[in-house]
Design a protein around this ligand. Structure first.
Ligand SMILES: [Zn+2]
Length: 208
């Protein structure tokens, strides 16, 4: 198996992390919160084919670039349909913070389960709380989890948006993320990465 490389971008008005996972010829991307020019340039420079855009959830600042990037690359878009109401509001321009409408896009539903990503095992976890359809992507061999806006460095995602649920968020953390090995690196939707074992002990909002 080829090693997976990880390249991080910070994109869009709310500075959302995009994570590009790739081998020597193919790539997938997790979230795209704004214009995808930097990602496209990287794909071209490294001669990478983008297969899939995974959305951790369907808030504005994680999906804004879906359409442009999918059109430019032919990648398919995957997310969870429990967040469809958020997509509809964003596309209609009635989304968060009065930001402009999100260019319309279609996506395939992705539920909890094990999938293969570029030859690597990926466990898709349903981790509701920040939104009902929030997904996390755990790569056991790489020791990575991409958790969207569920967990941040010493913080957790907001639950005061429509569909947010603080009890569900705590349950997602305690039942799914905090049961992973302590040295798992958690890559959130904003700001820097953290380590699962540290958050279990030190997170000011939800501890194991
Ligand atoms: Zn969000």
């Amino acid at each position: 198996m080829q090693d997976l490389q990880l390249k991080q971008f910070s994109i869009g008005r709310l500075v959302t992390n995009s994570y590009l996972l790739h081998n020597s010829s193919q790539a997938v991307l997790i979230d795209i919160g704004g214009e995808p020019a930097a990602v496209l340039k990287y794909l071209q420079t490294n001669k990478l084919e983008l297969l899939t855009i995974f959305n951790t959830h369907l808030h504005f600042d994680h999906v804004y670039g879906n359409r442009a990037l999918a059109e430019a690359t032919g990648a398919k878009i995957m997310g969870n349909e429990r967040d469809s109401f958020i997509k509809e509001e964003n596309v209609a321009g009635k989304g968060m913070f009065g930001l402009p409408p999100v260019p319309p896009f279609e996506f395939e539903n992705l539920d909890e389960g094990v999938i293969e990503v570029l030859g690597a095992e990926c466990r898709v976890l349903a981790t509701p709380g920040h939104t009902p359809g929030s997904l996390s992507f755990y790569f056991p061999a790489q020791n990575w989890i991409f958790c969207g806006d569920l967990l941040f460095h010493r913080a957790v995602g907001r639950t005061d948006f429509k569909g947010g649920d603080s009890e569900a968020l705590a349950e997602s953390l305690r039942g799914k993320v905090y049961t992973l090995p302590d040295d798992t690196i958690a890559y959130p939707g904003h700001d820097e990465e953290t380590v699962v074992g540290d958050e279990k002990r030190l997170n000011p909002y939800v501890r194991a």
